[in-house]
Design a binder for this molecule. Structure first.
Ligand SMILES: *Cc1c(COP(=O)(O)O)cnc(C)c1O
Length: 355
């Protein structure tokens, strides 16, 4: 068990949960009653506490704002029919946060702080976890550099914070994606494999240009040759070609998504061929022409599966098979939903009970 005796808890005297219908709130703008904070200074994690969610004064000189030592995670908690709350694979997020921390010269967060804080927070805010069929509580842990100092160096002080917000009826619209061959998301030796805040700021402008052309997202290509597909927006990219599930192999330009890993695990369980390797633009266009490109979708915590209904490349548009015909991704979506809501056996041990 995780020791959590040293988390100081200040409960709210006025829960806001009844002011909302948690099954029907706009995503990402309504935060639950409490937040968890751990503070790092003098070379160690000094204290951790839970307080009512609120604004906290911070200096405009705070180093995270200027030099980008800021990393985050995203995961979800679900409620089953009995009202019990479970988190989907949180230890994977814990490990990935620390991978990001190392790359960004930040201190690692100990497991008892990450998991202890998370579990205490969810116990307090269990009423904020939606009960609806597709609802979840989105959890945003993040680590920021807090030195009040201008000057490029690794900060001496940090805060690790967890906030949460209900995602009532998350429905992900099918998307059209444009293959991007000018701007780059990640380069070899860079930080594409970690969830560093700067990766997202840099993606907004190319995405805006794609949106002006009628697409919702870009497909990023490799920085060296622009001929291999990497990710779709902030999601991993998966194709079904013939009967084989194909996805770009992990590298330092690709984020190791937990949804990606889960989808591949299910595919393997179901006896499908799974290939993690390079995928060229040419291969996808040829598969499209031959009629073997059956499915294309992005995967990530926010949407689980975002169906790609068409791909743009240069001046051409390649429509893909109807979403209803996509056996694999639809089955994955249903299976993950059932496991998360406690309606199917959790044979792979993915649900972490909050109790
Ligand atoms: C977070 C993220 C993903 C998806 O990761 P999950 O663990 O499945 O949520 C994929 N690509 C990028 C760039 C991401 O930031």
């Amino acid at each position: 068990m995780i020791a959590n005796a040293d988390i100081k808890i200040e409960k709210t005297t006025h829960s806001r949960v009844n002011e909302y219908d948690v099954n029907d709130v706009p995503f990402g703008k309504c935060f639950s009653d409490h937040m968890f904070i751990a503070e790092y200074a003098n070379g160690k994690w000094e204290k951790s506490y839970i307080t009512p969610y609120k604004d906290v004064p911070m200096s405009f000189a705070m180093s995270a704002l200027h030099y980008g030592q800021a990393i985050f995670e995203g995961m979800k908690a679900y409620k089953n029919a009995e009202g019990e709350v479970s988190i989907f694979r949180p230890l994977e997020n814990f490990k990935r946060l620390n991978k990001s921390a190392i790359r960004m010269a930040m201190p690692e967060v100990p497991e008892e702080i990450f998991m202890g804080g998370l579990l205490e927070l969810l116990k307090l805010d269990a009423a904020w976890v939606p009960t609806s069929e597709s609802g979840s509580l989105y959890i945003r842990p993040f680590l920021i550099a807090t030195d009040e100092a201008i000057g490029v160096k690794a900060s001496d002080t940090y805060k690790f914070i967890i906030i949460t917000c209900p995602a009532g009826k998350y429905y992900s619209e099918p998307i059209k994606v444009l293959i991007e061959t000018n701007y780059i998301r990640a380069v070899q030796g860079g930080v594409g494999f970690v969830k560093a805040a700067g990766n997202y700021g840099r993606s907004l402008y190319p995405t805006k240009l794609a949106q002006q052309k009628g697409y919702q997202q870009v497909i990023w290509t490799d920085g060296a040759t622009h001929s291999f597909l990497e990710e779709s927006g902030t999601m991993n990219l998966i194709f079904v070609i013939g009967n084989t599930v194909v996805t770009p192999a992990l590298s330092d330009t690709i984020l190791a998504g937990i949804t990606r890993d889960s989808v591949l695990a299910l595919a393997r369980e179901w006896g499908m061929g799974v290939e993690e390797r390079k995928i060229s633009i040419t291969e996808i266009l040829e598969a499209h022409a031959a009629g073997t490109l059956k499915e294309a979708f992005g995967v990530g915590t926010a949407a689980t599966i975002a169906q790609i209904i068409g791909i743009g490349y240069k001046e051409d548009y390649y429509p893909l098979p109807a979403v209803e015909e996509r056996k694999f991704s639809n089955k994955v979506d249903e299976t993950l939903r059932a496991i998360r809501k406690g309606k199917a056996a959790d044979t792979l041990g993915w649900m972490f009970k909050v109790k």
